[in-house]
Write a protein that binds this ligand. Sequence first.
Ligand SMILES: NC(=O)c1ccc[n+]([C@@H]2O[C@H](COP(=O)([O-])OP(=O)(O)OC[C@H]3O[C@@H](n4cnc5c(N)ncnc54)[C@H](O)[C@@H]3O)[C@@H](O)[C@H]2O)c1
Length: 343
Amino acid sequence: MTKKVLVTGGAGYIGSHVVRQLGEAGYDVVIYDNCSTGLPQAVLHGELIIGDLSDTIFLRQVFCKHKFSAVLHFAASLIVPESVARPLDYYANNTCNTLNLLQCCKITGVNQIVFSSTAAVYGEPKENPVTELTPTNPINPYGRSKLMSEWMIQDYGATSDLRYVILRYFNVAGAEPEGRLGQFSANATHLIKVTCDAALGNRPELKVFGTNFPTPDGTAIRDYIHVEDLATAHVDALRYLEQGNQSQTFNCGYGKGYSVQQVIERVKAISGANFPVIKTSPRPGDPVSVVACGNKIRQLLNWQPKYNDLDTIICTTLDWETKHKYLFSRESKVKKVEKLAPI
Ligand SMILES: NC(=O)c1ccc[n+]([C@@H]2O[C@H](COP(=O)([O-])OP(=O)(O)OC[C@H]3O[C@@H](n4cnc5c(N)ncnc54)[C@H](O)[C@@H]3O)[C@@H](O)[C@H]2O)c1
């Protein structure tokens, strides 16, 4: 029988790639998204329900109607400086809304969840690469809001039949190689996206936040993972839960760090564009260096990344940034539901 899964935030950047892979893998997918940063056109498979996770009555109706076998929970707010400026909004959207979702799982007996967490739960790690056993110590409200969500899932899992996979993503970048999906959020701050934007003349300059960090070239170091490989990790995680395996937390990264300066140099070399780079102060809440140890996910999920290469990540981003204005003028093809009839 086809399994029906709920994907919250499936109209967003990462969720839309996962929805496409779930569709290709034969799942029946229902997407629940308020389209605050996501777009209906990014949903290439399944049924899109436009709703907010804070609307608990509507959310419960959706759960009762569909009888999901599992939930993949992406919906969240994720801009670190914004979380520093507006912490309560982040705790409301990320932490409280995860609680709403867990309540619906409890009421309707959904006992498998894959949760989108983040390397931000580690804060400024004392060791690199970071393993899943590295102590968590988030240094901004975004990271704290996500860690609290992890704790809720773990605590509920300890007293119920809920099994979970928590995926802690490092820096997600790149776009679907076919060019239909990519990152489109207007206020995205992700380095590879904004650097490619600058290379294509979509922004006048690139700002580098912090050039005196204790790293070889003074700029911050991150581990960039291609969104297509990350999407595959979700399908692998879902299958792992379906096979009856126990709950786990995994880092999602390649285990190789690149500095901001190195990324800029590769984007300039690949695009042939020489855009202005402005040095500015570090942003509050930005750690110096965060690189994943990704051994555990490769071993337990047999996750096999295919796009583990900075140049590939940059090329797919440049390709997407060149095409996406045209692509997003297309009509959404999936079935859309904006209000359910009362049950
Ligand atoms: N992009 C990254 O580098 C990165 C890194 C680590 C973790 N993550 C996590 O991955 C997940 C997805 O991130 P993304 O980059 O795809 O972001 P995104 O903004 O593109 O996607 C988030 C989606 O959630 C929806 N959404 C937000 N609040 C909602 C609500 N209250 N109700 C219903 N829908 C809501 C948005 O409309 C959007 O479609 C997030 O949980 C984020 O914390 C992302």
